[in-house]
Design a protein around this ligand. Structure first.
Ligand SMILES: [Mg+2]
Length: 169
């Protein structure tokens, strides 16, 4: 039961994504959460490092979709310089937006991964549709109040996940 909340992988930041490994796994589409995955929730635009990183991912042949539960304004603004597919008000962990993202990128559940900072939206939603899930450590300690509440429970699940992973390796 708890496994449905476990990510496929857990990394410090999006910049630690193992591009070679993703390619070996035949991943072609990357779904990115925005808030606290790519930038703090109160920072409107991506920084230079992230813009260059996305450029590199595109050059490597990946399709990319930003998928956020946040508003249209937030997502469109953030995407101005990234120029990838977007889905706002995604209602993660519901399946619908994940399916839409795969449609936009022309990928399927075996060739798609979601990268996000929240277990109860990004990871759970990704697991529900059966795609690879990569959890990242949230960029900022600053969170919206609703997210703050979930963080305590997330810590517990992450600790169990890490303990399980150690045993299995
Ligand atoms: Mg987030």
């Amino acid at each position: 039961m708890l496994r449905r909340l476990f990510p496929t992988d857990y990394i410090d930041s999006v910049f630690d994504l193992d591009i070679k490994d993703l390619k070996e796994k035949k991943i072609k589409g990357l779904i990115f959460d925005i808030d606290n995955t790519l930038a703090p929730f109160d920072i409107e635009y991506p920084n230079k490092k992230l813009i260059n990183f996305f450029k590199k991912l595109k050059e490597e042949g990946f399709k990319i979709c930003l998928m956020s539960n946040n508003t249209e304004e937030r997502v469109i603004k953030f995407n101005e310089k990234l120029k990838v597919y977007t889905i706002h008000k995604a209602a993660k962990p519901r399946r619908r937006s994940f399916k839409k993202a795969m449609q936009l990128m022309n990928t399927n559940k075996d060739s798609t991964v979601i990268i996000g900072d929240q277990i109860f939206t990004d990871v759970w939603g990704g697991n529900r549709v059966g795609i690879m899930t990569i959890l990242v450590v949230p960029i900022s300690e600053r969170d919206e109040w609703i997210t703050k509440i979930k963080r305590g429970l997330e810590k517990i699940i992450i600790n169990i996940y890490l303990a399980t992973r150690k045993v299995e390796r």
